[in-house]
Design a protein around this ligand. Structure first.
Ligand SMILES: Nc1ncnc2c1ncn2[C@@H]1O[C@H](COP(=O)(O)OP(=O)(O)OP(=O)(O)O)[C@@H](O)[C@H]1O
Ligand SMILES: [Mg+2]
Length: 113
C-alpha cells in the first residue's frame, strides 16, 4: 500500500478532484489547506503570506492511501491535472504504508483501505 501526498496550487483542486473521481475504485481522499515554501523560499511570482519573518505560499494538500497498483495511475492523474508549467506547481510524495485499520469493522490491510 502507498500513501500519496500531493501538494498543489489551490485553484487546481477542482480539476484534480474531477479527474480522480473518474478512477474506478478510488477509496477516499483527505484535503487540507496548508502553507509552505519550496526551493525559492516563497519568493518569486507567487502570492505569499507573511508569517513573522518568513513568507509562505498557500497550497492544498491531498492525501490518499491506495493499493500499489492504483498508486501508479493516481500519481499520473495528479501530475497531469495539477500541472501548469509555472513555478510552484507543487510536488507528489509517495510513501510506503505498513498497515491500515478500518475502525468500524476492524478490517486490516488492503481490505481496510
Ligand atoms: N521537499 C519538500 N518537502 C516538503 N514540502 C515541500 C517540499 N518541496 C515543496 N514542498 C511544498 O510544496 C509546495 C510547492 O513547492 P514548489 O512547487 O514551489 O517547489 P519548488 O521546488 O520550489 O518548485 P518550483 O521551482 O516549481 O517552484 C511548497 O510551498 C511546500 O509546501
Ligand atoms: Mg517554488
Amino acid at each position: 500500500m502507498k500513501e500519496i501526498k500531493a501538494i498543489i496550487k489551490p485553484f487546481k483542486l477542482d480539476n484534480v478532484l474531477t479527474e480522480l473521481h473518474k478512477i474506478e475504485g478510488l477509496p477516499g481522499i483527505t484535503v487540507s489547506d496548508i502553507r509552505g515554501f519550496g526551493k525559492s523560499k516563497g519568493k518569486g511570482a507567487e502570492e505569499t503570506i507573511s508569517e513573522g519573518l518568513h513568507e509562505l505560499v498557500s497550497k492544498v494538500k491531498i492525501e490518499l492511501v491506495v493499493s500499489d497498483e492504483m498508486a501508479v495511475k493516481i500519481v499520473d492523474v495528479i501530475q497531469q491535472s495539477a500541472h501548469t508549467g509555472n513555478i510552484g506547481d507543487g510536488k507528489i510524495f509517495v510513501v510506503d504504508v505498513k498497515e491500515v485499520v478500518k475502525i468500524r469493522t476492524n478490517e486490516r490491510g488492503e481490505m481496510a483501505i
